[in-house]
Design a protein. Structure first.
Length: 195
Protein backbone atom coordinates (compact mmCIF):
# COMPACT_ATOMS: atom_id res chain seq x y z
CA UNK A 1 0.00 0.00 0.00
CA UNK A 2 1.39 3.38 -1.02
CA UNK A 3 0.70 5.76 1.88
CA UNK A 4 1.79 8.80 -0.13
CA UNK A 5 -0.82 8.05 -2.81
CA UNK A 6 -3.53 7.78 -0.14
CA UNK A 7 -2.44 11.09 1.43
CA UNK A 8 -2.18 12.70 -2.01
CA UNK A 9 -5.76 11.77 -2.92
CA UNK A 10 -7.13 12.73 0.50
CA UNK A 11 -5.51 16.18 0.69
CA UNK A 12 -6.15 17.02 -2.97
CA UNK A 13 -9.83 16.34 -2.26
CA UNK A 14 -9.66 18.71 0.72
CA UNK A 15 -7.92 21.31 -1.42
CA UNK A 16 -10.50 20.93 -4.18
CA UNK A 17 -13.18 22.02 -1.69
CA UNK A 18 -11.48 25.38 -1.09
CA UNK A 19 -13.22 28.42 -2.54
CA UNK A 20 -11.42 31.29 -4.32
CA UNK A 21 -12.00 33.32 -1.17
CA UNK A 22 -10.36 30.60 0.98
CA UNK A 23 -7.36 30.39 -1.37
CA UNK A 24 -6.91 34.17 -1.34
CA UNK A 25 -7.18 34.43 2.47
CA UNK A 26 -4.86 31.50 3.18
CA UNK A 27 -2.31 32.67 0.57
CA UNK A 28 -2.17 36.13 2.18
CA UNK A 29 -1.82 34.63 5.70
CA UNK A 30 0.98 32.34 4.48
CA UNK A 31 2.74 35.32 2.91
CA UNK A 32 2.68 37.20 6.24
CA UNK A 33 4.21 34.16 7.95
CA UNK A 34 6.90 33.79 5.24
CA UNK A 35 7.73 37.49 5.57
CA UNK A 36 8.70 36.92 9.24
CA UNK A 37 11.44 34.42 8.36
CA UNK A 38 14.95 35.89 8.31
CA UNK A 39 16.04 34.87 4.83
CA UNK A 40 15.75 38.08 2.82
CA UNK A 41 19.51 38.73 2.67
CA UNK A 42 19.90 36.13 -0.11
CA UNK A 43 20.24 36.87 -3.81
CA UNK A 44 18.51 34.16 -5.87
CA UNK A 45 15.03 32.85 -5.01
CA UNK A 46 13.39 30.06 -7.01
CA UNK A 47 9.62 29.97 -6.62
CA UNK A 48 6.97 28.00 -8.46
CA UNK A 49 4.05 29.71 -10.18
CA UNK A 50 0.66 28.48 -8.95
CA UNK A 51 -1.28 26.02 -11.10
CA UNK A 52 -4.79 27.47 -11.07
CA UNK A 53 -6.66 24.25 -11.84
CA UNK A 54 -4.91 22.54 -8.90
CA UNK A 55 -5.87 25.41 -6.58
CA UNK A 56 -2.27 25.96 -5.50
CA UNK A 57 -1.31 28.68 -3.03
CA UNK A 58 -0.96 32.06 -4.75
CA UNK A 59 2.82 32.54 -4.81
CA UNK A 60 2.57 35.76 -6.85
CA UNK A 61 2.20 37.62 -3.52
CA UNK A 62 5.66 36.38 -2.46
CA UNK A 63 7.07 37.00 -5.96
CA UNK A 64 5.94 40.66 -5.89
CA UNK A 65 7.47 41.06 -2.43
CA UNK A 66 10.79 39.64 -3.70
CA UNK A 67 10.81 41.85 -6.79
CA UNK A 68 10.08 44.93 -4.66
CA UNK A 69 13.14 43.99 -2.58
CA UNK A 70 15.25 43.87 -5.75
CA UNK A 71 15.87 40.11 -5.53
CA UNK A 72 16.53 37.79 -8.47
CA UNK A 73 13.36 35.76 -8.92
CA UNK A 74 13.74 32.44 -10.71
CA UNK A 75 10.98 30.08 -11.76
CA UNK A 76 11.12 26.38 -12.63
CA UNK A 77 10.71 25.18 -16.20
CA UNK A 78 9.62 21.57 -16.56
CA UNK A 79 10.41 18.98 -19.20
CA UNK A 80 7.79 16.23 -19.14
CA UNK A 81 9.71 14.08 -21.64
CA UNK A 82 12.39 13.16 -19.11
CA UNK A 83 10.79 14.64 -15.95
CA UNK A 84 13.65 17.10 -15.52
CA UNK A 85 13.49 20.72 -14.48
CA UNK A 86 15.34 23.89 -15.42
CA UNK A 87 15.51 27.32 -13.90
CA UNK A 88 14.95 30.73 -15.52
CA UNK A 89 14.58 34.43 -14.72
CA UNK A 90 11.25 36.03 -13.94
CA UNK A 91 10.53 39.78 -13.89
CA UNK A 92 7.81 42.28 -14.76
CA UNK A 93 8.59 41.94 -18.49
CA UNK A 94 8.28 38.15 -18.52
CA UNK A 95 5.47 36.93 -20.79
CA UNK A 96 3.89 33.74 -19.51
CA UNK A 97 2.01 31.06 -21.38
CA UNK A 98 0.16 28.09 -19.91
CA UNK A 99 1.54 24.75 -21.12
CA UNK A 100 -0.64 21.69 -21.74
CA UNK A 101 -0.34 20.70 -18.07
CA UNK A 102 -1.72 24.05 -16.85
CA UNK A 103 1.71 25.30 -15.73
CA UNK A 104 2.61 28.91 -16.49
CA UNK A 105 6.01 29.16 -18.18
CA UNK A 106 7.88 32.04 -19.81
CA UNK A 107 7.82 32.29 -23.61
CA UNK A 108 11.41 33.58 -23.78
CA UNK A 109 13.53 31.74 -21.25
CA UNK A 110 16.72 33.18 -19.81
CA UNK A 111 18.29 30.18 -18.10
CA UNK A 112 20.20 30.71 -14.87
CA UNK A 113 22.63 28.12 -13.44
CA UNK A 114 20.96 25.94 -10.81
CA UNK A 115 23.89 26.26 -8.37
CA UNK A 116 23.10 29.98 -7.90
CA UNK A 117 19.77 29.33 -6.16
CA UNK A 118 19.88 30.36 -2.48
CA UNK A 119 16.24 29.72 -1.52
CA UNK A 120 13.68 27.48 -3.19
CA UNK A 121 9.92 27.36 -2.58
CA UNK A 122 8.73 23.82 -3.28
CA UNK A 123 5.15 22.91 -4.18
CA UNK A 124 3.54 20.22 -2.05
CA UNK A 125 0.24 18.80 -0.93
CA UNK A 126 1.05 18.21 2.74
CA UNK A 127 4.16 17.81 4.91
CA UNK A 128 4.87 15.99 8.17
CA UNK A 129 6.44 16.99 11.48
CA UNK A 130 9.93 16.00 10.25
CA UNK A 131 9.67 18.16 7.12
CA UNK A 132 9.03 15.36 4.62
CA UNK A 133 6.48 16.18 1.95
CA UNK A 134 3.91 14.60 -0.29
CA UNK A 135 4.21 16.16 -3.74
CA UNK A 136 2.45 15.26 -6.97
CA UNK A 137 4.44 12.06 -7.39
CA UNK A 138 6.42 12.88 -10.55
CA UNK A 139 9.75 13.37 -8.76
CA UNK A 140 10.74 16.68 -10.43
CA UNK A 141 12.04 18.21 -7.21
CA UNK A 142 13.57 14.94 -5.96
CA UNK A 143 15.81 15.06 -9.05
CA UNK A 144 16.30 18.84 -9.04
CA UNK A 145 17.33 19.46 -5.40
CA UNK A 146 20.50 17.28 -5.53
CA UNK A 147 21.71 19.46 -8.44
CA UNK A 148 21.44 22.62 -6.31
CA UNK A 149 24.10 23.88 -3.92
CA UNK A 150 24.13 21.99 -0.62
CA UNK A 151 23.25 25.12 1.41
CA UNK A 152 20.03 25.84 -0.46
CA UNK A 153 17.10 26.69 1.87
CA UNK A 154 14.06 24.55 1.02
CA UNK A 155 10.66 25.98 1.93
CA UNK A 156 7.26 24.30 1.61
CA UNK A 157 3.92 26.12 1.77
CA UNK A 158 0.82 24.20 2.85
CA UNK A 159 -2.88 24.84 3.23
CA UNK A 160 -2.96 22.18 5.93
CA UNK A 161 -1.25 21.67 9.29
CA UNK A 162 1.50 19.04 9.16
CA UNK A 163 0.54 15.43 9.64
CA UNK A 164 2.42 13.41 12.25
CA UNK A 165 4.46 11.16 9.95
CA UNK A 166 4.67 10.11 6.31
CA UNK A 167 5.34 6.39 6.66
CA UNK A 168 6.80 5.51 3.26
CA UNK A 169 9.78 7.86 2.99
CA UNK A 170 12.12 6.86 0.17
CA UNK A 171 15.92 7.16 0.37
CA UNK A 172 15.84 9.90 -2.33
CA UNK A 173 13.24 11.98 -0.46
CA UNK A 174 14.58 15.17 1.07
CA UNK A 175 13.16 17.05 4.02
CA UNK A 176 12.23 20.71 3.96
CA UNK A 177 14.20 23.24 5.97
CA UNK A 178 11.06 25.28 6.67
CA UNK A 179 7.35 24.50 6.39
CA UNK A 180 4.77 27.29 6.43
CA UNK A 181 1.02 27.11 7.02
CA UNK A 182 -1.33 30.03 7.56
CA UNK A 183 -1.00 29.73 11.33
CA UNK A 184 2.56 28.45 11.92
CA UNK A 185 6.16 28.33 10.76
CA UNK A 186 7.94 25.00 11.27
CA UNK A 187 11.73 25.00 11.35
CA UNK A 188 13.18 21.60 10.48
CA UNK A 189 16.76 22.10 9.27
CA UNK A 190 17.04 25.87 9.50
CA UNK A 191 17.91 28.08 12.43
CA UNK A 192 15.96 31.32 12.45
CA UNK A 193 18.35 34.24 12.92
CA UNK A 194 17.38 37.12 15.15
CA UNK A 195 17.04 40.45 13.39
Amino acid sequence: MNIKNILRRKYLQYRNCLSKKDISRISINIFYKVKKISLWNKKYYNIYLPIKKLKEINTFIIINFLMNKGKNVLIPVTNFNDFSMGNCCFNTKTILKENKYGILEPINKKNIPIYLIDVIFIPLIVFDLKGYRVGYGKGFYDRFIPLCNKNIIKIGLSYFPPIEKIEDIHKNDFSLDIGVTESNIFFFNYKQQKN
